[in-house]
Design a protein around this ligand. Structure first.
Ligand SMILES: Cc1cc2nc3c(=O)[nH]c(=O)nc-3n(C[C@H](O)[C@H](O)[C@H](O)COP(=O)(O)OP(=O)(O)OC[C@H]3O[C@@H](n4cnc5c(N)ncnc54)[C@H](O)[C@@H]3O)c2cc1C
Length: 483
């Protein structure tokens, strides 16, 4: 039964990238203080930065969340507009006492939240925000001198050893408010908008099912098997032995404490030291995610600027043709092309391959990392400002802990090492399905006639890796001001 009468005033929970009811810190806090009415606001200023794959996943997750509330006698209110106007209007219409939400860490999100706080203060509505998206909030893990870490290894050690909260309980059905439709202000929407309503086309990629149930299935599958071989096999893209939880963590269809807890349970069942280490290797990826959230929180400018200072500007090349070939997966470097085609088809790329395609763009093509970041932002279902930026700046040698500028991945030997049977390449590059793995790994160095004979429809390499490697090193040395 919905909450009927209570001395406590109604609480509005503003869902953003926490599209779940379980393990949701702000929602749990709100439910302790009064009947909760959840709200989601379609904000055009935010949608301006969004793209079809992400919005498609988000809409699916919202449907699942709304169903969760319906099944318990509540409802997820939907509204479209500027949250500075929408939230005070809903609070006023429902006589809500307080609006709560979970924090986000990008500069843009923090500016938006500050503006919403001011609007609620002006409207005399209480408000509170909570840390939820990561386990250890920004500022809680610092060097002994109290500085923020810019080196992951030390961060990880403290992150690992710090006590962790348990998942937060979902609100009981009797903590949910279900307002009468007549009480709702005009800004609310009667039903979930479609992609088209929001001005987006259907995504090119097939989007995974979104919501807590599919997220929990992914987590359970992973913790029952692949987590124990994660350390050994996570770099081999054909194996697909990673969790595939990135979009769930980005959209909060599962809570990070719940994920961590499941991995700790898996650790208790590990058979031997190697399996324990494998679970810890996975947990250290969760810590990378938190490390980059801290970096973004304290350095909001990294979204558009290098984290690391070079003495001179890096002389990135303007090469629209090469950039397009990279986007299309037509560079003539098979593992790079397989990754870029996986991105278009699935809105996802395996981590090792993300590193390779990003290195290829920024080192072999010497194209500015911001071009690659923009493309990933457009195409990834799991695009997350902190992680995407962290990954790009790492590959471009401009970030925290960045890959040293002189250590340049060779896409041919990387393919040979991590995709020895070319299984991953063949999955995404059909033109090469009849080629032998050696021919695929050596493709850029084969004679034209041989390439023509083996796979006439697959392109020749657009650049020579050895030459470009030298050029990249020279370019970075010039930026460093080396003689
Ligand atoms: C250029 C580049 C761009 C990237 N862009 C994104 C992005 O937009 N969104 C995103 O979530 N990850 C990004 N990553 C990190 C990583 O590639 C993905 O998190 C991972 O491939 C997702 O697959 P998974 O969920 O199976 O990962 P798993 O290996 O199962 O890892 C579990 C979780 O840990 C986190 N994680 C794993 N690796 C990293 C990492 N290197 N940095 C930060 N968090 C990590 C993710 O939340 C991931 O879901 C990027 C990496 C690079 C090199």
């Amino acid at each position: 039964m919905p909450h009927e009468s209570s001395e406590a005033g109604m609480q509005l929970h503003w869902h953003r990238r926490d599209l779940r009811a379980d393990d949701n810190r702000a929602l749990a806090a709100a439910a302790e203080d009064g009947p909760v009415c959840p709200v989601f606001v379609f904000d055009d200023a935010v949608l301006d930065h969004a793209s079809p794959p992400r919005v498609a996943f988000m809409l699916d997750a919202l449907l699942s969340l709304r169903t969760w509330y319906w099944e318990r006698g509540g409802d997820l209110l939907l509204a479209r507009g500027d949250p500075r106007e929408v939230l005070p209007a809903i609070a006023d219409a429902l006589d809500a006492e307080r609006v709560v939400w979970n924090k986000d860490y990008s500069g843009l999100a923090r500016e938006r939240d500050a503006a919403v706080r001011r609007a609620l203060d002006d409207a005399d509505v209480e408000r509170a925000s909570y840390h939820d998206a990561i386990i250890h909030e920004p500022g809680s893990i610092t060097t002994n001198e109290g500085d923020h870490y810019s080196v992951y290894t030390y961060f990880w050690k403290k992150w690992r050893d710090r006590a962790k909260d348990d998942p937060f309980p979902a609100p009981d059905a009797d903590a949910l408010a279900s307002p009468e439709p007549d009480d709702l202000p005009d800004v609310t929407l009667p039903s979930l908008p479609t992609l088209d309503d929001l001005g987006f086309e259907e995504p090119e990629a097939s989007i995974p099912e979104a919501g807590p149930e599919p997220a929990r299935d992914r987590l359970a599958d992973f913790c029952e098997g692949d987590i124990y071989r994660y350390e050994e096999r996570r770099d081999y893209p054909a194996d697909e032995c990673t969790s595939r939880l990135s979009a769930d963590l980005k959209w909060g269809t599962i809570g990070v404490r719940e994920v961590y807890d499941a991995t700790d349970d898996a650790k208790a069942f590990a058979d031997g030291e190697a399996e324990i280490e494998s679970v810890e290797e996975f947990q250290s990826q969760l810590a990378w995610r938190e490390f980059y959230a801290h970096v973004l929180n304290f350095n909001p400018e990294v979204v558009s600027e290098n984290f690391k200072d070079y003495e001179h500007e890096i002389e990135w090349r303007s090469d629209p043709e090469a950039l397009q070939a990279w986007k299309d997966g037509e560079t003539g470097y098979p593992i790079v092309d397989a990754g870029m085609r996986q991105l278009r088809e699935e809105g996802y790329v395996h981590n090792r391959v993300r590193m390779l395609v990003a290195a290829f763009l920024t080192k072999d093509l010497l194209v500015d990392w911001r071009e690659g970041y923009d493309w990933f932002r457009e195409k990834l279902v799991d695009h997350d400002t902190a992680n995407d930026n962290g990954g790009w700046q790492w590959a471009a040698s401009t970030g925290t802990d960045a890959q040293p500028y002189f250590r340049i991945f060779n896409p041919m030997t990387q393919g040979e090492r991590y995709d020895p049977d070319a299984e991953y390449v063949k999955r995404y590059v059909p033109e090469l399905r009849d080629a032998d793995p050696e021919q695929i790994h050596d493709w850029p160095e084969l004679a034209d006639a041989e390439r023509e004979r083996i796979a006439p429809d697959y392109p020749a390499p657009i650049v020579d890796h050895a030459e470009r490697r030298e050029l990249a090193i020279e370019t970075f040395e010039a930026a460093r001001g080396d003689d």
